[in-house]
Write a protein that binds this ligand. Structure first.
Ligand SMILES: Cc1ncc(C[n+]2csc(CCOP(=O)(O)OP(=O)(O)O)c2C)c(N)n1
Ligand SMILES: [Mg+2]
Length: 296
């Protein structure tokens, strides 16, 4: 099958019948991850939507091994699996964590930090949909300021945590951001991550129609807009050398992205100009900071 982005899939490593919502980023993501990583991969999954989507053994949707683990323990479990495989001489089997933002930014941060600091030979992928979606859209520290969740019914009043900054501070061999709207870029980053050893980290901006409140068919368009507005820039850093992997061709206001999602609709009930200007300033400042990292 050939998609518009020349993302050629020779063989599917997922079975049909995933238990996800329509337009879910998780399902799209694991399809592409598994096609790059191959069937010898061990996936370590803490509590998140994917624990449900993957299905219980033996009705697993992924070709490969899936280890379900505790919310707080994904990177620690993956470390154990890696060392066990190494002792069995199975060095070619990759170990990949598939975790949500709650399991990464919040409850699993200690085991993530420990594994990154030890430079464990694992690939950690965070499917960032910006809230605890599986349990009904509670705020996480990845939830953007202003977004409505069930724990912030009037909109979140604090900023999302800069997890990529925390990851960078661990000086790991490779980390990158990726989007489901840019599949060639995603595939290149997965392949690069697969080819390297040591701790590797990928942050995926993940669409969630029920959590972000929009129609399922808008998932890819909204993901693309997040990149094109510089709200979610695509970059990678190998051995600390930053590179931006997509430069938007024209400037699109971040308010265009916010208008698409019901979780921000309350912001537009009155004149949102001042508020959107402050969001825009924040996005522009972050982009400038990223450009500086590339130029260093
Ligand atoms: C220690 C613990 N607390 C709470 C839960 C309940 N729980 C299961 S999944 C989940 C939400 C996970 O959110 P996130 O990591 O962002 O993944 P998503 O569901 O959004 O994919 C929660 C709170 C749990 N399983 N274990
Ligand atoms: Mg989440």
């Amino acid at each position: 099958m050939k998609t518009e982005s020349n993302f050629l899939i020779k063989e599917e490593n997922v079975f049909c019948g995933a238990l996800s919502c329509r337009g879910c980023g998780w399902s799209l993501l694991v399809r592409h991850i598994s096609n790059v990583m191959g069937t010898k991969t061990v996936y370590v999954v803490p509590a998140c939507c994917f624990s449900i989507i993957a299905g219980p053994y033996p009705m697993n949707m992924l070709k490969g091994t899936v280890v379900h683990t505790l919310f707080a323990a994904a990177a620690a479990t993956a470390t154990g699996v890696r060392h066990s495989l190494d002792r069995q001489g199975k060095k070619k089997s990759a170990v990949v964590v598939l975790a949500g933002d709650g399991g990464t930014f919040d409850i699993g941060l200690q085991s993530l930090s420990g594994a990154a600091a030890r430079n464990e030979n694992i690939l950690y992928i965070c499917n960032n949909n910006g809230a605890y979606m599986n349990t009904g859209v509670q705020s996480s520290t990845a939830t953007p300021m202003g977004a409505i969740t069930t724990t912030n019914p009037s909109g979140k009043t604090s900023n999302a945590k800069d997890l990529m900054g925390i990851i960078a501070a661990h000086k790991i061999p490779y980390f990158a951001t990726a989007s489901l709207a840019f599949l060639d870029d995603l595939k290149k980053k997965l392949e690069k991550a697969k080819s390297l050893s040591g701790f590797r980290f990928l942050m995926i901006d993940s669409p969630c129609p029920p959590g972000h409140k929009y129609a399922p068919e808008m998932s890819i368009e909204i993901s693309r807009l997040a990149v094109e507005t510089n709200y979610f820039p695509l970059f990678e850093a190998e051995d600390g050398d930053y590179e931006i992997t997509h430069f938007p061709k024209k400037k699109i206001a971040v308010s265009e992205l916010f208008k698409q999602q019901g979780r921000f609709s309350h912001l537009f009930k009155t004149d949102a100009t001042k508020l959107m200007n402050s969001y825009q300033k924040e996005v522009d400042t972050e982009w400038e900071a990223l450009l500086e990292k590339v130029e260093k």
